[in-house]
Design a protein around this ligand. Structure first.
Ligand SMILES: [Zn+2]
Length: 49
């Protein structure tokens, strides 16, 4: 039963109190992850419209 391979399903994005981008994801087994992207530097990347 220990060979379950987690499948991370994105649950959305948020912003921490520090202004970091946080991605929430979870597996159908109930495991959850939070991945933080440190936003360093001045300007964030923007799409080239
Ligand atoms: Zn899992």
């Amino acid at each position: 039963m220990g060979d379950h391979v987690h499948v991370r399903l994105s649950q959305g994005l948020g912003v921490s109190e520090e202004g970091e981008l946080v991605e929430y994801s979870r597996c159908r087994c109930g495991a959850t992850w939070t991945k933080t992207y440190e936003v360093t530097g001045g300007e964030p990347d923007r799409p080239d419209w």
